[in-house]
Design a protein around this ligand. Sequence first.
Ligand code: KIV
Length: 279
Amino acid sequence: MHKSVYDIIKMKKDGKKISAITSYDYTLASLCDKSGIDILLVGDSAGMVMLGYENTIPVTMDQMCMFTEAVSRARKNSLLVADLPFMSYQASIEDAIKNSGRLIQAGADAVKLEGGISMSETISAIVDVGIPVMGHIGLQPQTTMLSEGYKVQGRTKDTAIKLIEDAKELEEAGVFSIALEMISHEVAQIISETISVPTIGIGSGVGCNGQVLVVQDLLGMFEKIKPRFAKRYLNLSEDIVKALENYKNDVESGTFPAQENWFSMDDNEFKKLREQIGS
Ligand code: KIV
């Protein structure tokens, strides 16, 4: 049986830290799930790391459903949360409920959406139909065009107070957890101590109840952006390019394929074939 949102809430109560990682495809999701990580997040960051967009704005519901289905086929143990992409929930509460339902039908256990107080009614409505919601405050990549871009949030008293109020309002609206993206560590710690549901931080310091990273950042596979907050546990892009160069050289030199990589006819059948075609 895989983890539920109640298991995640209980981890905070028990003082256990929560690990989360993004997942978008069957192969990597199988490995993430096997590692025992608590939450697999099908983030709309898929648009950047899987599809090569400049930001998350072009990501569609159809794409999010496809990624979610792939991850759900791999998932055995972790909780599976999927992002509602840009414009799938902002225009109306009906859109938000319908599109949350699509992600649940694609295999998610819960959905995540960006926004503070302005999203509380939408969140309540989604929770009311029985779909768990993870909130997301701080840096909100779907609306960076309204702000100063990819900047740390909550560095002044007033912005800090706004974030703390947002977090309390989301808790009130019924979220089971809140992602805190690029919030100053002091404010992230205050929020984590103030609300009862777990906070999952990305670039928000060690005071959060859990941490999330983009899997390609952790594995060192995404070269375009290297966020300071992401720890690289491997340099996989170097190893992958090295392996591909070795393959290319082997093909060119005839070293690949070798006998163990090909298949043979039965000796007698081959003899008969040669007699018939006269070679
Ligand atoms: O899409 C994503 O990867 C996210 C994380 C940054 C939390 O929302």
